[in-house]
Design a protein around this ligand. Structure first.
Ligand code: AMP
Length: 503
């Protein structure tokens, strides 16, 4: 059996319907059970009369039920917002407030303390807390329903919701089917939290190919040997992760083909794939394919692809991000025509219709090119030998351990504290890799650092996910300015390192 995303139906194939569909952190289900439960949940959505475009929230971590709910949303064309348990409750409340979501599906067995009209648990038991007031107005086109809203860090201090429609997903999956060479024999290892679209790649591939999905919770990777046992138990063939995640295992003596022979493909998404990571992986898994895929959430999961061969590793110290997806246009907008690099513009049906209710940003980042939706990626890129290369960002968005972070969201959160007069957050980098996030803070009145931390930390931990909490906070009396009247962040870091060195 497999799922036809275009026709929105399960298709019988020669594959045994008792084949594993999803192995979650809690339980497993086969394809025939997946079909029954997905259709039942989609029925339930219908009975709830959720107006089209009004989102429901999916909450949990890596439970078996989570991808099933995603499929039920695709099946019934219901808009969903994926939320992982790594998000603090205040952030979830904010997302509910921004979107007006009325229904929450709780895949975990832990209660979530938020105000919402209806909750549904993994046994499809509904609890109606009060009658729903579906008043969300989305600018959706009824012929191309809004499929999901994925919240990422936002530079104004609030998370921003990237809206992806059904046709964008279909364009993505058509390309993947053609160029990624996956099949129903594949077993996808899925580890990234569902709040990041890296994780959706495996989910869609599993359903579209009639393959199997093995979910890996954060707890499951704490013991690396147990994690390898799980990969072997299910014969995982596709490893999808950020390069930062694979890096955690490179030094383990058992991380080799002989010990995990089923692994045939490593698919890297979400941040720069360092040449040395690739070279080391090739040593341990000589015959495995290594795929480097690039793309922002705003352009449905990924937009470029390339297989990294030994020749490419040798020839290009900065690895290419590859070739654009079918039907898309990727061009480099240069401020000076003599320059090689410029901002990468992504054009195609897979481009988002914009951020949820953020008109000012939408005007800045989205436009139309040759009749198609276009997105200013903020990535500096160039073409060489017909391939794209990405040099990094032209703004304050960073990736740390694969997590997308707007540094200004951290500063804005700090500035909400009454003792703080201003804050600026900077990423400390080595070899282009973010090592630490440091927030520089100016106080209204003098205060000791310990006292400030006692004041700030609880509120930050309440509203920011753990990976956005700065590694250090430094009190400064003023910010240095550059000749262009901008805060001189290099100078701040320089002074900070000097202080560290001397203490
Ligand atoms: P996200 O929206 O979380 O997927 O983050 C997208 C951003 O991550 C892109 O705009 C890039 O800055 C960076 N990124 C994603 N994939 C790659 C890659 N393969 N190589 C370099 N940077 C990448």
């Amino acid at each position: 059996m497999k799922y036809d995303l275009k026709a929105c139906k399960f298709i019988e194939t020669e594959i045994d319907p008792t084949k594993l569909a999803i192995a979650g952190s809690d339980t497993e289900i086969d394809w025939q059970t997946l079909k029954i439960k997905t259709e039942k949940l989609a029925e339930l959505f219908k009975e709830l009369h959720i107006p089209q475009g009004n989102p429901i929230i999916i909450y949990g971590h890596k439970e078996c039920f989570y991808p099933l709910v995603i499929l039920a949303c695709i099946h019934s064309k219901t808009t969903y917002i994926p939320i992982d348990r790594i998000y603090p409750v205040e952030r979830i409340k904010k997302i509910i407030e921004i979107t007006g979501a009325q229904v929450l599906i709780n895949c975990s067995n832990q209660p979530l303390d938020v105000e919402i009209a209806i909750t549904i648990d993994a046994d499809l038991k509904q609890t109606i807390h009060h009658s729903p007031d579906h008043k969300t107005k989305t600018d959706h086109d009824p012929s191309d329903p809004l499929q999901y809203i994925m919240f990422t860090s936002g530079s104004t201090g609030e998370p921003k919701g990237v809206q992806i429609t059904r046709n964008s997903i279909l364009a993505f999956i058509d390309w993947v089917k053609k160029d990624f060479s996956f099949s129903s024999d594949d077993v996808f290892m899925n580890q990234a939290p569902f709040t990041f679209d890296v994780s959706l790649c495996d989910v869609l591939n599993t359903f579209a190919h009639g393959a199997s999905l093995v979910l890996i919770s954060t707890d499951m990777v704490k013991d690396q040997n147990e994690f390898f046992d799980r990969l072997n138990k299910y014969k995982c063939s596709v490893w999808t992760s950020t390069p930062s995640f694979v890096f955690l295992f490179l030094r383990h003596p058992d991380f080799k083909t002989v010990n995990i022979p089923s692994l045939r493909t490593f698919l890297f998404i979400g941040e720069e794939l360092p040449n040395r990571t690739c070279a080391s992986l090739k040593n341990s898994f000589a015959n495995a394919r290594i795929l480097n895929a690039y793309g922002p959430t705003e352009a449905t999961i990924v937009t470029t692809l390339i297989e990294i061969t030994n020749d490419i590793i040798k020839k290009y110290p900065l690895l290419p991000i590859g070739y654009p997806m079918d039907g898309s246009i990727l061009y480099v907008e240069k401020s000076d025509p003599n320059e090689k690099e410029g901002e990468l513009i992504i054009v195609g049906e897979h481009v988002s219709i914009g951020y949820f209710k953020r008109e000012e940003f939408n005007k800045e980042k989205f436009f139309t090119h040759k009749g198609m939706r276009a997105f200013r990626s903020g990535d500096v890129a160039y073409y060489e030998d017909g391939m794209l290369f990405c040099l990094g960002r032209n703004d304050d968005q960073i990736k740390m351990n694969g997590f997308r972070i707007e540094l200004n969201e951290i500063s804005q959160t700090i500035c909400k504290n009454n003792l703080v007069s201003d804050a600026v957050t900077v990423a400390l980098k080595r070899n282009n890799e973010v090592k630490k996030i440091i927030s520089f803070v100016m106080m209204k009145t003098p205060i000791e650092k310990e006292e400030l931390l006692k004041e700030l930390m609880p509120s930050m931990e309440k509203s920011l996910p753990y990976y956005m909490i700065p590694g250090d906070i430094s009190i400064v009396s003023n910010f240095p300015y550059s000749s262009s009247h901008k805060i001189d962040k290099n100078k701040l870091i320089e002074e900070y390192l000097k202080k560290q060195f001397n203490s």
